[in-house]
Design a binder for this molecule. Structure first.
Ligand SMILES: *[C@@H]1O[C@H](CO)[C@@H](O)[C@H](O)[C@H]1NC(C)=O
Ligand SMILES: *[C@@H]1O[C@H](CO)[C@@H](O)[C@H](O)[C@H]1NC(C)=O
Ligand SMILES: *[C@@H]1O[C@H](CO)[C@@H](O)[C@H](O)[C@H]1NC(C)=O
Ligand SMILES: *[C@@H]1O[C@H](CO)[C@@H](O)[C@H](O)[C@H]1NC(C)=O
Ligand SMILES: *[C@@H]1O[C@H](CO)[C@@H](O)[C@H](O)[C@H]1NC(C)=O
Length: 289
């Protein structure tokens, strides 16, 4: 009897202790081994940090320190239970400067979300090789980052992409037309020629949002919209302001019934009547031509 009365509380204490430690381990992701930063990921991020110049930036990434958990660094998040691999890198609007996009980025192969918008990659090219390694990307935002020249085919290999923003035109809503000419002819901007728009989109069938404001697509001729419907049937947002588009809006767009926003402003070469099928798009709330 005496033994039993002592055993019961001890059993409860053990239970409580077990619960406390296990809920600590599983409840707070950052204390479990599986979500602590993988060393390869930290190495890649630190190498990326070294490629940045912080003279005009809003942050110096002070939390990015060797020997600490990279999953808790500024702008970084890791996969839940994914072995401490980086799934989110959000360095948008940090004002970082770099002579080009460092290849260490492409070792973060578990990235789902990458935002490098509103930084300054010094008029460099988007690297021709590397982005294809980020095959899990669903969100890619490289807008207003001072990239110049041809958009590489590597972007067209990111078949999981849901949202792609490569806009290179600043403050389009407030800019006057005369300003836009000076912005574009004074500044760097992106081009879609080889690969063409059609080739870039051919395998991006999951795309919901596409922003290419200010990208020079003048070499697409009148064909720019002919393959769009079949290539990206789930598209909800199509924004291609000042892309130097020509010709009529092709009937292939009539498939895109999920469209909520169509913004094709400042493409003086677009001709023909506004297609009637737009009136059948029940969710269309913005149409700018
Ligand atoms: C880990 O989680 C605990 C509890 O939620 C929190 O107090 C701590 O700040 C976190 N540590 C890091 C490095 O994020
Ligand atoms: C990237 O990965 C490759 C191959 O796994 C490795 O050789 C290289 O050192 C890594 N670079 C960085 C910066 O982590
Ligand atoms: C991309 O980043 C810019 C600047 O931070 C932002 O305005 C834009 O909404 C982002 N694009 C998407 C598709 O979220
Ligand atoms: C799209 O997929 C087809 C078939 O797999 C392939 O031949 C083509 O090269 C792909 N295009 C791009 C841009 O990756
Ligand atoms: C329109 O929006 C509603 C509500 O968001 C959605 O359920 C529906 O599927 C959309 N229609 C199309 C054609 O995408």
């Amino acid at each position: 009897m005496a033994h039993a009365t002592h055993l019961i509380p001890l059993f409860i204490v053990i239970q409580l202790f077990w619960r406390a430690t296990s809920s600590h381990g599983h409840g707070h992701g950052n204390t479990t081994d599986s979500s602590y930063c993988h060393p390869d990921q930290a190495a890649a991020l630190l190498e990326l940090k070294q490629s940045f110049i912080f003279d005009y930036s809003t942050t110096t990434l002070p939390s990015w320190q060797p020997g600490t958990d990279c999953c808790s660094w500024e702008g970084v998040r890791c996969n839940d239970g994914g072995g401490g691999r980086v799934s989110v890198l959000d360095l948008g609007s940090c004002g970082l400067y770099s002579y080009g996009c460092h290849a260490a980025l492409f070792n973060l192969t578990s990235l789902h979300y990458l935002d490098l918008s509103m930084n300054d990659f010094g008029g460099s090219r988007i690297p021709a090789d590397g982005f294809e390694r980020l095959s899990k990307l669903t969100h890619l935002n490289l807008s207003y980052s001072g990239f110049y020249g041809q958009i590489p085919i590597a972007i067209g290999k990111l078949t999981s992409l849901v949202s792609l923003d490569l806009s290179s035109l600043h403050n389009i809503e407030s800019a006057e037309i005369t300003n836009i000419y000076s912005i574009l002819h004074g500044d760097n901007f992106l081009v879609l020629r080889e690969p063409s728009f059609e080739t870039l989109l051919a395998n991006l069938s999951n795309l919901r949002e596409l922003y290419l404001d200010g990208v020079d697509m003048s070499s697409s001729g009148e064909e720019w919209s002919s393959g769009l419907g079949n290539a990206v049937p789930r598209l909800q947002v199509l924004s291609m302001v000042y892309c130097q588009l020509h010709g009529p809006i092709h009937s292939s767009l009539s498939i895109l019934r999920s469209l909520t926003v169509v913004n094709l402003k400042l493409n003086v070469g677009i001709s023909g009547a506004v297609p009637e099928f737009f009136t059948d798009f029940l969710n269309l709330s913005v149409l700018q031509l």
